[in-house]
Each structure stands twice: as C-alpha cells, then as structure tokens.
Write a protein that binds this ligand. Structure first.
Ligand SMILES: *Cc1c(COP(=O)(O)O)cnc(C)c1O
Length: 435
C-alpha cells in the first residue's frame, strides 16, 4: 500500500507494511528464512555497512519478514519506526540501552508486570542502571523523584495485573516538563485499545508474545519510536546526539532525524546485543495481528461479562477490573481506553491463598499457565508464580496479593467461561456456592 495514513485500523492491521512479494507475487508475506542477503556489488555492501543505504545484510540486524512486522506495528501505534526483538523483556532493555549509562536511573510505576519489576530492581543493576519506583497516581511524587541522572519514565497504561489505569496525560506532562522520554509498555492495551504516542509517549514497547500474536505460539518484542522526541536538546542522550565511534563518528539524531532511535536500535542495539526476532516468529505475529481488533473486542466483551458475574459470587471478595462501574478507575478507563479496559483482571477469594490454589487446580476450560493475551482463557495465582520474587509489599502494590487470582479472558463463549469458573469456585469454597 502506498498511502496508508488514510486507512482505518482494521485495514492497517491487515495491510500496513506488506505488499505482494516482488519476486513471486505471493500474497501472504513470505517467511524469508535466510541468514544473509547477497550484495549487488562491493559498493552496495560498503554503502549498507556505512548506513548510507537501507537494505538487508544479515538477519541479526534486519530481515524482510521482520521488517514487515516492524512497519505494521509502527503504523498501528502511529510511530515513525519500530524495531522488533526476541521478547518483551528484550524490548525493555533495547528501549533503555541507548538512553542509559552507568549511574543513570529510570523512574518506573509501581504498577508493572512482575517480570519487569524483577528486571528493573535486580538485573539492570548489573549495568549500573537503577530504577526508582513511584506511584504514578501522584504526579508530584513522580516529579520529585526525577534527578539529574534520570533518563526515562516507564509505565503501563493498563497495568498488568491489577486493573489500574494510568492518567497518561498527567504523567506525560511531568515527562515533558522535565525533558525526559516517556516509555509506555502497551502490551496489555494494544494499539487498538490505547495509542500512547497520541498522549505524549516518546517510545512504546510491546511483548508481542501476548495480544499482538494472540495465539500463544511465539515470544517476541517491539520498540516503537514516536519520532517526536528531541534527543539532542538536553545533552543527556549522547548515544543518539553525539558522534558514534562504532560508525566513524556518525551522529544518529542529526543524520536520521525522526528515525534516529529506530536506526540506532538496529545498527547498534541488534548488532551488538543480538536480541533478534527470527522470521518464523514474525510470521506468526503477522498472522495474529490481522485479527487484533476483532479479538480485542471479544476479549473486552467477555471480560466485562465474566467480571460482572464474579463480582456477585459469594466466594469472591472483590474484582479489580477497570471495566466494572465499581472500579475506582472506571471513569479514567472511559477516557483513556474508551473501547474497553482489556481482557485481563484479578479477583480475590475470601478463602485466601488455599482457596486460590484449589480454584486453580479445578478449572477445566481455563488453562493454568504463565501467559496472557491468548485466544484461550488463562489463569494463574500470581503470588506463587509470576510475582513470587517480589516482597509481600511489592506484591500488594502490583495488585498480586496472596488472595488474588489473575485471569486472561479469552475469546470463547462467555457462558462456558462462567460455567467453568462456577464449578471451580464450588470446589474452592464449597460453603459459598453461588445460589
Ligand atoms: C509478558 C509481558 C512482558 C514481558 O514480555 P516477554 O515477551 O514475556 O519477554 C512485559 N510486559 C508486560 C506487560 C507483559 O505482559
């Protein structure tokens, strides 16, 4: 497609970035299962290696199947460019890598995916980076946490798993006032429910493993660059604004403008960190993304029905889903993600830890797995699994206390999901069966 901007989301999720294969006419994007690509001649090779010409060299850096997916996700998010990589966690490191140095910090929301909390509290320390956790519902506390070594602000708009919704406009204003890039992990919302760049995010990261692929087949990640952040204004981002010794003194921002972060992500990030997405994974994700809006509408409709039913069940203490009128985030969700608050929520059982474990062991349609965003309905007891490495206080802050079950509502018949939950709750809390 030549002019993609005027098309709607449903059209772009099928077409953006793709065209019939020029060599064969293949209508579906082929899996370019090739490690390397032949140079036209020595001058062509030299131009590619000098970043004077864009093309395919070696699949650690670029691959035609992966390139289609990059353009598709960038288009759906309204970004200038995107870099795909091997997982959502790789995307987070790849997003921070050009911004950080030893001694630098990122300010992160307390409401984050459990794996991200672990990555940020433990692993990034080995690089000399630090994360400071702040309640993003308090913009003043966020502003106060920023210091001279802060290089980014990081959060999730629909936070996994606690049913929390970020006031992204307020957070983006703090980032903007401080001249810092706001990075949003948009995995749980997807660009169908929320587009962070329209609200001031500089970068968007995804675990494409989840809703974008949508069928639980492959892990992947993506970093979308809005193309709008001025990497040269403050002098704080020398990797992007200053001469790059590994490319004969090339300055990425000056040379590539709105695509500076994307080019750096490929030419330095993928080249030297090697967290590459393979073309098979890109293929599965391209197949999944074609139906993203259809699936998200069903995920949301089912989640709303199931959450409303659970809320009335005598064994259930509370349900944290921002799509329920009883949620403190209901009104915010209606402005931040008007098409729905996603397909992921938690609920607490009055019977605590033991009832949760019995419930998890009793489900039949739901699967007990550490994943989310699948067509299948999934459940997990976060406190004993995904959030196990966190302290009890961190678990509570992340919405993953010992009495909480997390569900990722799939696209099955809502009545079948409710019937399955009903029989599992009857086993978990026999004295509190539904009337
Ligand atoms: C799963 C997930 C991640 C990590 O992604 P992987 O692909 O598993 O590495 C990060 N953020 C959120 C919100 C997630 O759900």
């Amino acid at each position: 497609m030549t002019e993609t901007r005027q098309h709607g989301f449903d059209t772009l999720q099928v077409h953006a970035g793709a065209r019939p294969d020029p060599a064969t006419g293949a209508r579906q994007t082929p899996i370019y299962q090739s490690t390397a690509f032949v140079f036209r001649d020595a001058d062509h090779a030299a131009a590619l290696f000098n970043l004077e010409e864009v093309g395919f060299i070696y699949s650690r850096l670029t691959n035609p199947t992966v390139a289609v997916l990059q353009e598709r996700i960038a288009t759906l998010e309204g970004g200038a460019g995107a870099v795909c990589c091997s997982s959502g966690h790789a995307a987070q490191i790849m997003a921070l890598f050009p911004l950080m140095r030893p001694g630098c910090n990122v300010i992160a929301s307390t409401r984050l995916y459990g794996g991200t909390v672990t990555q940020f509290t433990q692993t990034i320390k080995r690089f000399g980076w630090e994360a400071k956790f702040v309640d993003f519902d308090d913009p003043q506390a966020l502003a106060d946490a920023i210091d001279d070594n802060t290089r980014a602000i990081f959060g999730e708009v629909i936070a996994n798993p606690g049913g929390w919704i970020m006031d992204i406009d307020a957070v983006a204003k703090v980032a903007d006032d401080a001249g810092l890039p706001l990075i949003i992990d948009n995995t749980t919302a997807t660009p169908y429910l929320h587009r962070p760049i329209e609200h001031g995010a500089a970068l968007v990261v995804h675990s494409t493993t989840k809703y974008l692929t949508g069928n639980g087949t492959v892990t992947g990640g993506c970093i979308v660059d809005s193309g709008r952040f001025d990497w040269s204004a403050s002098g704080k981002f020398p990797s992007l604004s200053e001469p790059e010794p590994a490319y004969h003194g090339l300055k990425f921002h000056e040379t590539f403008g709105a695509l500076a972060f994307t080019f750096h992500g490929i030419a330095v990030g993928l080249r030297d960190l090697g967290m590459t997405m393979n073309p098979q994974a890109a293929h599965y994700t391209l197949l999944g993304i074609e139906t993203l809006s259809l699936r998200m509408d069903r995920h949301v409709a089912n989640a709303e029905k199931v959450a409303a039913w659970l809320e009335t069940h005598p064994a259930v203490d509370r349900v944290t889903y921002a799509g329920l009128p009883s949620s403190p985030y209901y009104e915010r969700a209606r402005t931040v993600c008007p098409k729905g608050a996603g397909g992921l929520f938690t609920f607490a059982l009055k019977g605590g830890y033991d009832a949760c474990v019995k419930f998890i062991d009793s489900v039949e349609v739901f699967s007990h797995v550490a994943n989310l965003g699948d067509t299948r309905s999934l459940c997990i007891h976060s406190a004993s699994t995904t959030h196990r490495q966190l302290s009890p206080a961190q678990q509570e802050a992340a919405g993953a206390g010992a009495d909480m079950v997390r569900v990722s509502i799939g696209i099955e018949d809502a009545d079948d999901l409710i019937a399955d939950l009903d029989q599992a709750l009857a086993k978990a809390a026999p004295s509190m069966a539904a009337e």
